[in-house]
Design a protein around this ligand. Sequence first.
Ligand SMILES: Cc1cc2nc3c(=O)[nH]c(=O)nc-3n(C[C@H](O)[C@H](O)[C@H](O)COP(=O)(O)OP(=O)(O)OC[C@H]3O[C@@H](n4cnc5c(N)ncnc54)[C@H](O)[C@@H]3O)c2cc1C
Length: 445
Amino acid sequence: MNFPQYELQTACLVVGGGPAGYGAAVAASSRGAQVILAERHGFLGGMGSAAGLGCYLNHRGADRDLSDGVYQELVQALRRQGATYHDDYSQADFFEPEWCKRLMEQRLLRAGVRLLYHCLFEQVERDGQGWRVTFLAKGGRVVVRCGYLVDATGDADVCTAAGVTVTHGRRSDGKAQPMTMVVQLGGFDPAAWARADGRMVGDGSFAMEGDCFATAIAAARAAGHWTIPRTEIAMFWSMPSDPTRITINGTRINGLSACNPLDVTAAEVEGRRQAQEILHFFRHYVPGGSDVYLLQTGPQVGVRESRRIAGRAVLSEEDVRAGRRPPDAVVTCSYPIDVHHPDGAGTQFEKVTQDHAYGIPWECLLPIGVENLVAAGRCISATHEAAGSFRVMPTCMGLGEAAGTAVDLAQAEGVPLHAITGERIRRAMDARKAALVVTDAGNRS
Ligand SMILES: Cc1cc2nc3c(=O)[nH]c(=O)nc-3n(C[C@H](O)[C@H](O)[C@H](O)COP(=O)(O)OP(=O)(O)OC[C@H]3O[C@@H](n4cnc5c(N)ncnc54)[C@H](O)[C@@H]3O)c2cc1C
């Protein structure tokens, strides 16, 4: 029996429903253009929901909120549901992934975006000035013809299949930052934890600490209870509606590629083994952890880095460190270079100054030699170290918003994407942000 083939047509197709894909779809549909967003999972949010993260790292520059309109609108919507809290110290907006899935989905449906869930990108080919893209889905294939195509897969899957030159991981040997299976524990007692060593409790109830537990981990390792290649772990993600539910960024799976199906399977298996070790560690070595239970591992292993496109410009670590802000910058970021070492246990965390920020040029999103295809999010053109900085979700959402804004402008004028300048994209994004402040000011805290 042959499975059926479903044929669809649209002005813009966004592949990937993570922060970047969401930002792109919101912006591309803002003047009513037809947009389809295709996603391999059955929900939006990318690593935030698929890996179960629950923490938007939104670092400020010179005490200014650098995030863009689509992100700010989402945080306001989360706030209205009581599904987020802000922590000034870590400069993070913590959120409930389940609310995030729902609010993102409703926002896109209201804008008229057509969602295609459980659609895994298969191939892409030229179709006149546009593209013909095929997805594998349960019960058939879905074929989408589009004028403009946004690759927001995080792994540059679409660009790779379109013949764009891509790199993987760091320049020296192609190794990428490790994958991490995020672990959610229930039954934690933040008050007992805080009492133990005068620890910090955010907003009066939330346990939070960045890289911590070094002494306890050393003791667990000496006792044969810890094999994970990390000397510290992060536990600062209590969930807004239940402070006893904590999220741990503590596993580390080195040496495997997120773009190799055999490696990804091995990473899921190893991640779950390490999750049990984390559970044991909390029960026996962490104050307030004696009654914890394993609530959930993320629906998929977390991927920090894989392929990036070779774009018309490349963002380097020198650009980041020097705080360069070229005129065609579409997004500004101030998050430090945060690279979990591809081998071993170390992490490079490099904050230049409190006021430091840099701009990401539009041309980093445009692949060399291909028209009407744009990359957004963590797979844009950059070095391994630079990517260690802009990979955070608010910035990736901003990069998606920039790509979608370019599509919106190009579609309205009937021109190719590269005819739109970074300056125009930025002006349109500034206008969206300003409008949000005026129309929704009452919801800001
Ligand atoms: C363990 C870990 C901890 C992190 N901690 C934080 C943190 O605390 N705060 C923060 O802000 N950031 C954090 N990050 C970084 C951040 O989560 C990612 O860099 C960010 O989500 C990237 O956004 P994106 O939209 O580019 O890609 P992704 O979030 O990876 O989204 C890509 C989307 O495309 C879909 N997709 C992929 N391939 C296909 C395909 N072939 N067909 C169809 N759909 C496809 C995926 O299912 C996914 O929904 C962390 C990352 C990890 C792994």
